[in-house]
Write a protein that binds this ligand. Structure first.
Ligand code: FES
Length: 97
């Protein structure tokens, strides 16, 4: 899911891209995903899974449509603002509004 969101120009935070750091954590709002079995408990605890959190780098959609909420930190907000500026020029398409 992380790669698909990036391909469409969404400024998603990430680190390891292997389910080990938790940087790409997102809340699953709608749809179903399969989370890779190799994800570390440090990156995504069982309690977080039960609350609906997923790791975008290690999740595969199981439904035609999946909606997630990504929480952006301050550095990610700068990336988002840069993305918005290019988006206003019609260069990006956001999938997560
Ligand atoms: S990028 Fe590290 S857990 Fe997804």
């Amino acid at each position: 899911m992380l790669e698909a969101l990036e391909r469409d120009g969404n400024p998603i935070p990430f680190g390891c891209r292997k389910g080990q750091c938790g940087s790409c954590k997102a809340m699953l709002l709608d749809g179903e995903v399969e989370i890779d079995a190799g994800v570390s408990a440090f990156a995504l605890s069982n309690a977080e899974r039960e609350e609906g959190w997923i790791l975008l780098c290690s999740s595969i959609p199981l439904t035609d449509s999946v909606t997630v909420r990504v929480e952006l930190g301050e550095s990610n907000m700068e990336a988002l603002e840069a993305w918005k500026r290019t988006s206003e020029k019609g260069e990006n398409q956001c999938l997560t509004r």
